[in-house]
Write a protein that binds this ligand. Structure first.
Ligand SMILES: [Zn+2]
Length: 283
């Protein structure tokens, strides 16, 4: 297992070096970008700080309201722009915002799996992460506890946006529409009762890959929300319901972020729009 991991790590490393060289060769072509980052738990704040500073050299961080104005076609954005989002609701993402992003004036969107929020027992937390996030919990760390509702409200008070990531984090393509509706309703009612302010228009679907959403669940979410945040890598354009996002693994070498954000690994947009049955709106 360890050997296999090493082989995969080096294979990816070599591939990323080749891609990075290709990116350098076509430098200058990636202007007029609006990309969205996804983070989850942040186990090391120093590492997170390093990644944010590295990205800040080439990119301008925008606020959730700037991104929404751009998405709704009310504002244009020039240059290379990045929005930060955190999925799931880990307490460590709250610390990353308060200790690293807030001092730099960067605001984020937090997509909360609402039934995860406020769990304060080690066993329940471990079980939720294992069963709902589908992550095996070896080496459990405090950073993987969820934030509390009080902390979520404090984030919102500091101009961060709080939004739904379902209640129990199911794979939407695996469940019935009835269960999907029940889960999204539960998340909405938990947000309504616990939050002073939150967005009813923004929603990130769990897992984010193309196998975790299908046409039926996408259609349902489209009727319910204005913007659906995915895990598909890509640039964003105005008036588009589907939001493309780049997942960033904090353990990977820094130059990987340049490869991801260059667009060289972006998924085929027309293919995604075809699978989900949504129309691409010309920008
Ligand atoms: Zn998630």
């Amino acid at each position: 297992m360890g050997q296999m991991f090493k082989i995969r790590f080096f294979a990816k490393f070599l591939l990323m070096i080749v891609l990075y060289l290709l990116v350098l060769l076509r430098k200058g072509k990636s202007i007029g970008q609006v990309r969205v980052l996804i983070f989850h738990e942040v186990l090391e704040l120093d590492r997170f700080k390093k990644v944010i500073s590295f990205l800040g050299r080439d990119w301008n961080f925008i606020t959730p309201s700037q991104f929404i104005a751009f998405n709704e076609g009310r504002a244009t954005l020039k240059g290379r722009n990045l929005l930060v989002t955190f999925d799931d609701g880990f307490i460590s993402s709250c610390h990353a915002q308060n200790q690293v992003l807030q001092p730099k004036g960067i605001k984020s969107i937090f997509f909360l799996a609402t039934s995860f929020i406020g769990i304060d027992s080690y066993d329940k937390c471990n079980l939720f992460i294992k069963e709902q996030f589908d992550v095996d919990q070896y080496g459990f760390e405090h950073a993987r506890f969820p934030m509390s509702w009080r902390e979520a409200n404090l984030l919102s008070d500091s101009e961060n946006l709080i939004a739904s990531h379902t209640a129990t984090h199911p794979r939407l393509s695996d469940i019935s529409l009835t269960r999907l509706k029940r889960d999204i309703d539960l998340a909405s009612s938990q947000l309504e009762s616990e939050m002073q302010v939150f967005s009813q228009k923004d929603f990130a679907f769990p897992f984010g890959g193309i196998s975790s959403i299908d046409r039926e669940s996408f259609e349902f979410c489209s009727l319910r929300f204005e913007r659906i945040y995915s895990g598909f890598r890509g640039n964003n354009t105005p008036n588009c319901k589907l939001i493309f996002r780049d997942s960033i693994n904090l353990n990977e070498p820094l130059f990987y972020t340049k490869v991801y954000l260059s667009g060289i690994l972006d998924m085929n947009r027309s293919k995604i729009f075809k699978i989900l049955g949504c129309k691409e709106v010309a920008s």
